[in-house]
Write a protein that binds this ligand. Structure first.
Ligand SMILES: [Zn+2]
Ligand SMILES: [Zn+2]
Length: 346
């Protein structure tokens, strides 16, 4: 079988490589992949950002996917052939202090599917059963492929933010995690505004509007007038930074109200700023990283109940057979959440 792999330590450099169909070891199941999404971190691998220097190449990428169990290894008890599943792709070691206290998302020695070992941009993948999550009957397979990024947003909003009914919320960044965060925050009762920059004007901000959010383009709008209009000049109760850009945090500090909360979800690199204003305004600075079992549970319920509108959100225009086009379009902001039909690789 062939899988789409990162093959060289440079930008682009993705090619199909031949792989043996895996055999499930004891405790593993073999999953046939139906659909797999393209995520910001996959784009980071495409551009080969420094966070991915640890990768051994070639590695087949892809970590957000939905499939079906086609074979089970010895000792597998929870799953059987035909079960529809997604993987929780960030796997704790089970041994370290964080894993022992139930914080596997910040495990000291986590491995990530599609980064540290072959991922889901190929037909078959062998997965430990403890990393699998069943797909509820009433969730479509293609929609289940976005359960993983939805779980990241669910963790950021439900576990790590204070958003509640009537709160004024700003989500910075209309990328996949931003628009999922916006949808989960709205489901929590927040009144959500989504902000983007120039390149988001063509696809991502209009998509945010289609999902029901007011949007602002920080490249054109007068920020102070806008804050006045949305919050009476007080500032937002909660600001999520999902931009992955150094300006995300400094902008969040301008936008949040005194006594409000900033939740950092994007990995923004380095920034320097005066922090006294944060202290004097008693800003709550919270981080959110990855997701855990309960976040997947919530993710599926949010998808099932339509709080996350997958039909509108998922972009089916792209083929993994022409992956460069999908990646380039993603990086330019011309798509938000491409989901590939992996059966095309057959
Ligand atoms: Zn992802
Ligand atoms: Zn661990």
């Amino acid at each position: 079988m062939r899988g789409l792999a990162k093959v060289e330590r440079s930008s682009g450099a993705m090619e199909f490589v031949e792989r043996q169909k895996p055999e499930p070891d004891a405790g593993e199941v073999l999953v046939e992949v139906d659909y797999a999404g393209l995520c910001g971190s996959d784009a980071g691998i495409y551009e080969f950002e420094s966070a991915f220097e640890r990768m051994e190449l070639p590695t087949v990428i892809g970590h957000e996917y939905a499939g079906r169990v086609v074979e089970v290894g010895d000792g597998v008890t929870e799953f059987g052939v035909g079960d529809r599943v997604v993987e929780r792709p960030i796997r704790g070691c089970g041994e370290c202090y964080q894993c022992r206290i139930g914080e596997e998302n910040v495990c000291q020695d986590a491995v990530i599917t599609g980064v540290d070992h072959d991922g889901a941009y190929e037909r078959f993948i062998a997965v430990p059963e403890r990393a699998l999550h069943p797909i509820p009957d009433d969730v479509e397979q293609r929609h289940a492929a976005v359960a993983e990024p939805t779980s990241i947003a669910a963790r950021a909003v439900i576990e790590n933010s204070r958003v509640g009914a009537g709160d004024r919320v700003l989500v910075e960044g209309p990328g996949p995690i931003g628009l999922l965060t916006a949808q989960v925050a709205a489901a929590q009762g927040g009144t959500v505004v989504v902000s983007g920059v120039g390149q988001d004007a063509d696809y991502r901000l209009p998509l945010a509007e289609e999902l029901g959010f007011e949007t602002v383009n920080v490249a054109d709008d007068d920020t102070e007038a806008r804050r006045e209009r949305h919050t009476g000049g007080v500032g937002y109760d909660v600001v999520f930074d999902t931009t992955g850009h150094p300006s995300g945090l400094t902008t969040a500090v301008e936008e949040v109200r005194k006594g409000g909360q900033i939740v950092l979800v994007g990995q923004t690199g380095e920034t320097s700023m005066p922090y006294s204003p944060l202290v004097r305004a008693e800003i709550d600075l919270q981080c959110s990283y990855a997701s855990m079992y309960e976040d997947f549970e919530r993710s599926f319920r949010l998808i099932r109940d339509g709080d996350v509108d997958c039909e509108t959100f998922v972009d089916t225009r792209f083929s993994l057979l022409e992956a460069d086009e999908a990646f380039e379009t993603f990086i330019e902001g011309g798509t938000c959440k491409p989901v590939f039909d992996i059966s095309e690789l057959a």
